[in-house]
Design a protein around this ligand. Sequence first.
Ligand code: AHG
Ligand code: MN
Ligand code: MN
Ligand code: MN
Length: 336
Amino acid sequence: MRTTLSQFLIEQQRKEGVIPPELRLLIEIVARACKVIAHNVNKGAISGTLGSLGTENVQGEVQKKLDVIANEILIQTNEWGGHLAALASEEMEAIHPIPNRYPKGEYLLVYDPIDGSSNIDVNGCVGTIFSVLKAPADSTGREMQEKDFLQAGSRQVAAGYTIYGPQTLLILTVGTGVYVFALDRELGSWIMVEEKLTIPEDTNEFSINMSNQRHWHAPVAKYIDECLAGREGPRGRDFNMRWCASMVADVHRILTRGGIFMYPADRREKVKSGKLRLMYEANPMAFIIEQAGGVATDGTNRILEIAPVGLHQRTGVVLGSRNEVERVRDLHRELV
Ligand code: AHG
Ligand code: MN
Ligand code: MN
Ligand code: MN
């Protein structure tokens, strides 16, 4: 019999002693919420979940119906569970403390309810990204505040993402490697399909939105020029390119077969600190990538060491196969 998510989590608790029961149950609830989100994503036009709402989120992005539906599903499934002190999301400006009618726990959940929203209406890949932190010790007994969430990514106790693609997969780390579970719809269970994923150190594949080329800073421009020069260029080999416009889909490909993913900060005012959000996109993905033996930086610095100053703060992201991410880091050191 194959291992289910529940069995895996119980084993992690028993054998490795890495997760307390409260964290195990919290992850189970997040995974259950993702099943409900998967159902809504799959129904699409049949249940009227496609299209935009016309409202804007705190980052000034037009919200899709599914952004808001998935955000609500994650709140409703998690707030009664008893293991959280508060939660926060891309789609909410302020943190969401657990209401007084529910028991409170000692964890904080931060998430991107639907990543790759622009893919929703074209039946492309989307996902959900989440990160779990411990509430600071000095927060016990008082109302949670945004500052309680502002912990470096290295403090995450669990992180994961789901990908609603041809298969619905859950990718999870609790700091003991990266595990992949597939949703078996007949059983209603998450079934382990891969364990201890590792990312190859070398790759011939990069992932970047090339339409932003004219805005890039010199190190990124040089790196991509070198890749494009192919066999005749300084890298001495040909590179391929992929861009799904969904971080989960691009990162998942890299976890599966290697590659480098880049959404760098660039010259545009809006993107001067990057586009992707540190707390609920870059940090959980960086934790997963490092657990698989890859490297995750903002171009220069390790993402997991960035000290956050705001819940929705952005960062440049360069992650994936070690030798390529290090090449980009070297170019930043040489050219800045
Ligand atoms: P979200 O849909 O959660 O706002 O995130 C979208 C992000 C990320 O998934 C993707 O890599 C990137 O935005 C795509 O941006 P471009 O449309 O600029 O390529
Ligand atoms: Mn968005
Ligand atoms: Mn996103
Ligand atoms: Mn999103």
